[in-house]
Design a protein around this ligand. Structure first.
Ligand SMILES: CC(C)=CCC/C(C)=C/CC/C(C)=C/COP(=O)(O)OP(=O)(O)O
Ligand SMILES: [Zn+2]
Length: 439
C-alpha cells in the first residue's frame, strides 16, 4: 500500500514537471523547425571549439596540484579527459603530467584511489582514476597504477554474497560491482575469486520491470542497469539475465522529448543518453534482440534522408516514425534489428542526437541535463559519450566504419567511438589492453 501511494504521488508530481519540461523542449523543436536551413545546420552543429575551451579551462582550474577541495577530483579528471578524448583532441603535455602526478597522489599505499591525496580509497574514484589513466595512455600513466595493491584492495571490498563494498564499511551495491569488475578487467587482474557469485548478486537486483536496481528490492534505474549489464558481460554471464524484460524496460525509457529518463515516471535527462544508450550498445554486443530479424533490406531505412535532400531533424525520421512533438519514441517500431552489414538500433538514435544537440548542448561550451539547467562536466562527459554511442549505433561492430547518415547534423559532429563496457575511447582501450596483456 505504502509503495503504491509513493508511486501515485510521484506520478502526479512528475506529471506536472514533465509537462513543463516538454513545453520547453517542444519550443526548441518548434524553433528548429521554423528557422532557415542555415540556422538549423548551426543549431545541430557540435560546438567543438567551445566544448574544448570549456573542458580545457576545467582541467586548468584543477591546477598544477589539483587543489579544488572535494572528494570528486578523480571524477572531474575522468569526465574532462574522456570528453576531450571523445572530441579526438590531444591533451597538453603539462596538463597530462599534472593529472598523472595528482592521481598518483590519490593512490592509497594499500591499493585503490581516494577522492584526493590521503583520502580513503573508494571504488568509484578508483574507477575514475583508472579510466583517466587509460584515457591518457602511455607508459608513465599506465605504469603508475599499482595493480598488485589494487587487486588486494578489490579483494578487501569483496563480500561473502559475491557483491562489493564501495569502501571499507561502505555501501554494497551494483555500482560497486561494476567499478570493481571494470577496473579488474581493464587492468587484466580479474580472477575467479573476484568474479565469484557477483552474477548472482546482479541477478537479485533485476526487478519486475526488467531494469536493474542499485540493490535488491530497490527500483530499476538506468545508471545501475548500465552497471549491472556491463558487469554481467565482463563475467560472461549476461545470458543469465531476463534479456527480453531488460530490453522491454530500456526501450520504454526514451520519451517524446527524444531523450531518456532514468526510471519510470521521472524526467528526461541528457546523462541517460549514455547510461541508457550505453545499454543498447551492450545489448548489440551480445547479438541478441527482440525480434531479431537479420535480412538484406539495405535502402529500407527510415532514417535515410539523403534522397529527400532535406535534412531537418523531423525529416530524418521519415513519415511513420516522427519523434518530435507527436511521435512516441518508445513505439515498437524501434524494437527491431534488420539489415546487413548494418544493424538498426533498438532505440531512436536520431531522436536522441536531436535531444543532445538541441536541448543538452550549451552553445558556449559544455552540456547540461535539460533546458534551464546549468552545464557541468558530468553531463558534458555523458552527453558526449551518448552522442558517440548514437553515431556508431548503426554499425555492426567496432571494425565497421560509421555510417554517414547515422550522424545527425554535419559530419564534423562525428566523435571517437567508445568501448561501451568501460566507457573509454576504443583506441585507448586497445592500447591499455595490449599493455596489460604483456606486462
Ligand atoms: C560507474 C558509476 C559510479 C555509475 C553510477 C550510475 C548512476 C548514474 C546511478 C544513478 C544513481 C541514482 C539512483 C540517481 C537518481 O538520481 P535522481 O533521483 O536525482 O535522478 P532521476 O530523477 O533521474 O532518477
Ligand atoms: Zn543527469
Amino acid at each position: 500500500m505504502a509503495d503504491t501511494a509513493v508511486a501515485q504521488r510521484r506520478t502526479t508530481v512528475s506529471q506536472l514537471d514533465q509537462w513543463m519540461v516538454q513545453d520547453q523542449v517542444f519550443r526548441i523543436y518548434d524553433l528548429f523547425a521554423n528557422v532557415p536551413r542555415a540556422a538549423q545546420t548551426l543549431m545541430l552543429e557540435l560546438q567543438r571549439d567551445n566544448h574544448l575551451e570549456y573542458l580545457t579551462q576545467g582541467l586548468k582550474q584543477l591546477g598544477p596540484s589539483f587543489v579544488v577541495l572535494d572528494a570528486n577530483r578523480p571524477w572531474l579528471c575522468y569526465w574532462i579527459l574522456h570528453s576531450i578524448a571523445l572530441l579526438g583532441e590531444p591533451i597538453d603535455y603539462e596538463l597530462e603530467n599534472n593529472a598523472i602526478d595528482f592521481l598518483n597522489r590519490c593512490q592509497d599505499p594499500n591499493g585503490g584511489y581516494g577522492g584526493g591525496p590521503g583520502q580513503l580509497p573508494h571504488l568509484a574514484t578508483t574507477y575514475a582514476a583508472v579510466n583517466s589513466l587509460v584515457t591518457l595512455g602511455g607508459e608513465e600513466a599506465l605504469l603508475s597504477i599499482n595493480r598488485t595493491k589494487l587487486h588486494t584492495f578489490l579483494k578487501r571490498m569483496k563480500q561473502p554474497n559475491g557483491a562489493f563494498r564501495m569502501h571499507d564499511a561502505g555501501e554494497i551495491d551494483v555500482r560497486a560491482c561494476y567499478t570493481a569488475i571494470s577496473v579488474a578487467s581493464i587492468l587484466n587482474i580479474l580472477d575467479d575469486e573476484l568474479a565469484k557469485d557477483v552474477g548472482n548478486y546482479i541477478l537479485s537486483c533485476q526487478t519486475y520491470e526488467g531494469g536493474i536496481a542499485g540493490e535488491p528490492g530497490s527500483e530499476a534505474h538506468g545508471g545501475y542497469t548500465f552497471c549491472g549489464v556491463a558487469t554481467m558481460m565482463l563475467i560472461n554471464e549476461a545470458n543469465r539475465m531476463d534479456l527480453a524484460g531488460l530490453i522491454n524496460w530500456v526501450v520504454s525509457r526514451q520519451g517524446v522529448e527524444c531523450g531518456f529518463q532514468g526510471r519510470t515516471n521521472k524526467l528526461v535527462d541528457g546523462c541517460y543518453s549514455f547510461w541508457q544508450g550505453g545499454v543498447f550498445a551492450l545489448i548489440k554486443r551480445l547479438h541478441v534482440g527482440v525480434p531479431l530479424t537479420f535480412s538484406d533490406v539495405a535502402g529500407d531505412h527510415d532514417t535515410d534522408s539523403s534522397s529527400e535532400g532535406e535534412d531537418t531533424a523531423e525529416n530524418l525520421y521519415g513519415d511513420d516514425d516522427t519523434c518530435g512533438h507527436g511521435g512516441d519514441c518508445s513505439s515498437s517500431s524501434h524494437t527491431k534489428i534488420v539489415g546487413h552489414p548494418e544493424i538498426e538500433p533498438l532505440f531512436h538514435s536520431m531522436a536522441l542526437q536531436q535531444y543532445i544537440l538541441l536541448c543538452s548542448q550549451v552553445q558556449g561550451g559544455g552540456f547540461r541535463d535539460k533546458p534551464g539547467k546549468a552545464r557541468d562536466y558530468y553531463h558534458t562527459c555523458y552527453c558526449l559519450s551518448g552522442l558517440s554511442i548514437c553515431q556508431y549505433s548503426w554499425s555492426r561492430d567496432e571494425t565497421s566504419a560509421p555510417l554517414p547518415r547515422a550522424v545527425l547534423g554535419p559530419h564534423s559532429n562525428l566523435l571517437e567511438p567508445v568501448h561501451p563496457i568501460y566507457n573509454v575511447v576504443l583506441k585507448q582501450y586497445h592500447q591499455a589492453h595490449e599493455f596489460f596483456s604483456t606486462s
